[in-house]
Design a protein around this ligand. Structure first.
Ligand SMILES: NC(=O)c1ccc[n+]([C@@H]2O[C@H](COP(=O)([O-])OP(=O)(O)OC[C@H]3O[C@@H](n4cnc5c(N)ncnc54)[C@H](OP(=O)(O)O)[C@@H]3O)[C@@H](O)[C@H]2O)c1
Length: 261
């Protein structure tokens, strides 16, 4: 990739190498934004050549802070936080390890805190407000038996985004940035989910990361005008509606001790 073109609006996707974050990164790049991805592995496959990438492990707070400072050194038009650590497998709370819990907090929550704190100044511009998109989950509304660490870290992440959104709405120069949360209506076929499914699993009923492209395009075009503080559900056709209209059904299922995927 070439050096930054000062005339192009800039975007950052944390956790944009694969899955929903990649869907957002590709949509923003297609909309003409200069997109940087932070993740451990480089974006691969079609469209990867349109993305910048800075190798970042969210469990290494020093490196994260360094790369976020670089990304936020100039104004940002759009930021998405989609990084996730689901955990090795679904497991009852009594079978979960403290190490897994800490990793979920690092990736699902603390990385979000770092990203918000470092990028808000670069997004918060009265003349050209930026937009922050947090990728959420149905577990925020349903809790998550068999995936308590994931559910707790995602619920805390959602509360963090809501709290900051409410502060921003009250701040002088309100609407200087917009914070939006979006979650899929059902399961999405992503590498993170595939790692936890048996070989031969049928993904035909699953959504694809591309379902997030229409919303990502809308946010790039409008910087989230009129959507500040919204919790949106994205369906398989790429349409979206407020979560208050219809809460997505729980994706949790009963498991017994030692089982799960
Ligand atoms: N898929 C679903 O069905 C579903 C349903 C509801 C909500 N969601 C939400 O959607 C979001 C994305 O999920 P997904 O299924 O698309 O996930 P995914 O395909 O597993 O992608 C996760 C992203 O996070 C990055 N990541 C993970 N650990 C990292 C670390 N230690 N340091 C830096 N980056 C790290 C991965 O990059 P590297 O591996 O390259 O580091 C990747 O870019 C999450 O917020 C999840 O809660 C997904």
């Amino acid at each position: 990739m070439t050096a930054h073109d000062r005339n192009r609006r800039r975007a950052l996707v944390v956790g944009g190498s694969t899955g929903i974050g990649r869907g957002v990164a590709d949509a923003w790049a297609a909309a003409g934004l200069d997109v940087t991805v932070l993740s451990r592995s480089a974006p691969a496959g079609a469209g990867a050549d349109r993305l910048r990438w800075a190798a970042t492990d969210l469990t290494d707070a020093g490196r994260v802070t360094e790369n976020l400072a670089l990304a936020a050194a100039e104004p940002l038009h759009a930021v998405c936080y989609s990084a996730v650590h689901y955990g090795d497998r679904r497991a009852l709370f009594r079978d979960c390890t403290e190490a897994e819990w800490r990793r979920q907090i690092d990736v699902n929550l603390h990385g979000l805190w770092l990203t918000l704190s470092r990028t808000i100044p670069a997004l918060r511009r009265p003349d050209a407000p930026g937009v922050f998109l947090g990728v959420s989950s149905e577990v925020v509304y349903n809790a998550g038996p068999g995936r308590s660490g994931y559910a707790a870290s995602k619920a805390a992440a959602s509360a963090l985004l809501d709290s900051v959104a409410q502060e921003e709405a009250e701040a002088p120069g309100a609407e200087a940035l917009r914070i939006v949360q979006a979650l899929p209506a059902g399961m999405v076929d992503t590498p993170g989910i595939r790692r936890r499914r048996p070989e031969g699993f049928d993904y035909s009923a699953y959504m694809t990361p591309g379902s997030f492209a229409p919303l990502a395009r809308e946010l790039a075009a409008t910087a989230g005008a009129g959507l500040h503080g919204a919790h949106l559900v994205v369906d398989g056709a790429g349409a979206w509606f407020p979560v208050s209209e219809r809460t997505p059904v729980s994706q949790s299922r009963r498991i017994s001790s030692g089982a799960g995927s």
